[in-house]
Design a protein around this ligand. Structure first.
Ligand code: TYM
Length: 328
């Protein structure tokens, strides 16, 4: 069975981009693979966080992921900071990746341009991400398009490590959805929908009320033309709505486009589809929210399972480098 691994940061709300670009696929893939899904809280502190809030956000995100369809009976859901092998392995990989490679990462360039304090952790972030993936002998990493570069770097790091120290890590491949791999902000369709964009009217949070979802989609920025066609370069706003509607109803955006002649009808149907898609998620979240202890227990079990695998891979990596063993 293929090993699947992916991660998500516990900052702010889960939005429609996270859902259509990644989590929707996670729920599908858990059925026919050995899937590990990780809330990457250590990655979140690469940019300044309010003291005391991260634990609450982590638990809430776990509840959202379960509400979105992750099934703890078939996949392993855990918190990155509960498995300390991640940070230890990250060090080995920081020593395997070059300053130049890390400097070329688009996420680093973007985030460092938006923050005054640029932590060393923000720079070495991709080495920790590589550790997340490589510790689990991962074959496939389901992500949105923005993470492709990090997964390619992870492959390069694994290849270099294997070349230097002998066969240690499995080389992973990114899997990006055919539709909605990059959901754009509804108000600024040239920017991707993002927790850090701070654009409440352009972002659909998965817990938004139906009336708010409809309002946001109705006021989405389109263009001055009137024809509906899927053309990301010239019609980013309309194409974004088509992608969202297509992904929410499991269709192709070009096919969906042929059914519309005006923006109003496209917006109404997109709103209906998103509201229908999120209704079961929202109901399930309310149930899970009422019993936080259940989710905490589940995360503990997940970490126990993850630790076993991570410890064995880390041991292999350290042995192959040739560190003096701590046992006789
Ligand atoms: P993060 O937390 O920013 O996002 C989680 C997942 O959501 C996808 N995504 C999107 N997809 C489509 N359209 C969007 N607008 C959009 N915004 C976000 C992301 O591509 C991602 O798949 N570095 C990662 C977290 C990470 C990770 C890992 C991922 C840490 N370790 C190991 C995979 C494997 C991140 O910041 O994702």
């Amino acid at each position: 069975m293929q090993r699947v691994f992916s991660g998500i940061q516990p900052t702010g709300q889960l939005h429609l981009g996270n859902y259509l670009g990644a989590v929707h696929n996670w729920a599908k893939m858990q059925q026919h693979s050995d899937a590990f899904y990780c809330i990457v809280d250590l990655h979140s502190i690469t940019t300044p966080q309010k003291a005391g809030s991260i634990g609450r956000e982590t638990l809430r995100l776990a509840q959202m992921l379960l509400a979105a369809g992750l099934d703890p009976q078939v996949c392993t859901l855990f918190v990155q900071s509960h498995v300390r092998e991640h940070t230890e392995c990250a060090w080995l990989l920081e020593c395997t990746v070059s300053f130049g490679e890390l400097s070329r990462m688009a996420q680093f360039k973007d985030k460092s341009s938006r923050h005054e304090f640029i932590s060393a952790g923000l720079f070495t972030y991709p080495a920790l991400q590589a550790a997340d993936i490589l510790l689990y002998d991962t074959n496939v990493v389901p992500v949105g398009a923005d993470q492709r570069q990090h997964i390619e770097l992870t492959r390069d790091i694994a290849e270099r490590f294997n070349h230097r120290y002998g066969d240690t890590f499995v080389l992973p491949t990114a899997v990006v959805p055919a539709t909605a791999a990059r959901v754009m902000d509804l108000q600024r369709p040239s920017d991707k929908m993002s927790k850090s964009l701070n654009s409440p009217k352009g972002t659909i949070d998965l817990l938004d009320e139906p009336t708010h979802i409809r309002k946001k989609i109705r006021s989405a920025v389109t263009d001055n033309e009137s024809d509906v066609r899927f053309d990301v370069a010239n019609k980013p706003g309309v194409s974004n709505l088509l992608s969202i509607l297509a992904a929410a109803t499991d269709r192709d955006p070009n096919t969906v486009a042929t059914q519309y002649h005006q923006y109003g009808a496209l917006k109404d149907d997109t709103a209906d589809a998103v509201i229908a898609l999120l209704a079961p998620f929202q109901a399930r979240f309310s149930e899970l929210e009422a019993d936080p202890a259940q989710t905490s227990r589940l995360l503990q079990d997940g970490a126990d399972k993850a630790r076993e695998l991570a410890a064995s891979t880390l041991r292999r990596a350290k042995t192959n480098i040739g560190f003096l063993s701590d046992t006789y």
